[in-house]
Design a protein around this ligand. Sequence first.
Ligand SMILES: Cc1cc2nc3c(=O)[nH]c(=O)nc-3n(C[C@H](O)[C@H](O)[C@H](O)COP(=O)(O)OP(=O)(O)OC[C@H]3O[C@@H](n4cnc5c(N)ncnc54)[C@H](O)[C@@H]3O)c2cc1C
Length: 407
Amino acid sequence: MSHHEVIILGAGPAGLGVAASLEGWHPYDNNGKNLLNINTKHLSDNGVRPIAHFRELHHPEDNTPYGSNKFNFKKNRRADWIILSDDAAGGLWNNVPANQLTLGPANWMELSHYPMKQYNCDNKNDINLKEIINKKNLLNYYKKFSTKLKLNDHIYNNHKIISIQKKQNGDFTIYSKFKNIKREFSCRYLVFALGPKSIKRQLGVPGENLDYINNSYTKPQDFPGKNITIIGGGRSSDWAAQELFDNKKNITYIMRQKKENHLRLIRESQFLNYYKRWHEIISNKERNMTILYESKVIRFLKNNQITYENNYKTQTIKSDHVIIEIGGLPNYNLLKNLNLEFHEKYDNYRFQLLQMKVHQHSFESINVENLYACGYLAQGTGLSVIGFHAGSFLISGDILKKLNLLP
Ligand SMILES: Cc1cc2nc3c(=O)[nH]c(=O)nc-3n(C[C@H](O)[C@H](O)[C@H](O)COP(=O)(O)OP(=O)(O)OC[C@H]3O[C@@H](n4cnc5c(N)ncnc54)[C@H](O)[C@@H]3O)c2cc1C
């Protein structure tokens, strides 16, 4: 078993932010004060939300010059940390569709330790910080973030976390699978950054595992044949349905939600090109796009037949492929022995998530000492990178204080 002071689970934007500070990259203000030394409990007691304080330093309201922040980073001694994750640096961005674009500007996806402006400069890129950014550029940025800050040697990829236990002495034991071999790690401080989709949602209907059924969408070329059924109703399935439709596929799009909810999402997302396209598709009543609202799949059969219920009637169609994009859930089962409390968080688009209840000055669980919730798995964060990145300073600051590693 290998022991480390800190183990971060997940190499997404959330885990990387904490890792960078633990590696010794600390934020300083213009007077040379190490900002990780701020008494965040004191801020909290005086009505200032510590995460908002750090976010304001990273993204000052005036935003001039756009993309700048008020942090200066200096290298200090590293803590003994590792990341365990099934993906490489960049987290779920490794697996989104090949042409996926963000919802907000590039600058909002930035991790402050290595500003995108600097990344542009170092790599002679011309990413426009005010514009949405594509998967390729964003993933390259997160990967460069890890190389530039020398995090890579401590990121253990291809580790699937299978269970977590807390020992009598307060340490955590983490079991992972690496190339089908069971591995064991232990640590004093555990940062839970496995992201919002560590368990894929399932329809729970017969035939769901047949080979013409896919649980993710990357690019149209993966789907030869003419007829494709998509099951979903959120942004990811909208992306797949629109892109495949524009690649001359005949789409049947099945969703549980009412038509007005889908139309509202389209209307409120007109700042994104693919939703402008959706507006056209719906207005033109395109023949090759059949949308079945308030419908549900009942079963899949071996001969590519899909049976669904629509308007209280059961219907059957045939499709070359089925794509199920119904989102995922954080894998809190891994922590089920720890008696944690959760808070229900909603956004405007049916996105519902349980966030771990944490102390707002440190993001340490209110129930379990030395367990930290990271990314938007922590109560008090927004559901986006700009919404959660500042939380990484609360976590790393708290751990470094406990380890006596803050200069
Ligand atoms: C299509 C799409 C578009 C999005 N657009 C935006 C956007 O425009 N702006 C924005 O801010 N956010 C967006 N998001 C939200 C996205 O969740 C965040 O951008 C960000 O990736 C979350 O970071 P994270 O580190 O918390 O989680 P993740 O990026 O999910 O990283 C967690 C990592 O942990 C790994 N993991 C999970 N379970 C295990 C396990 N058991 N064992 C080992 N490893 C595991 C995961 O595979 C993943 O690599 C989008 C999400 C999707 C799906």
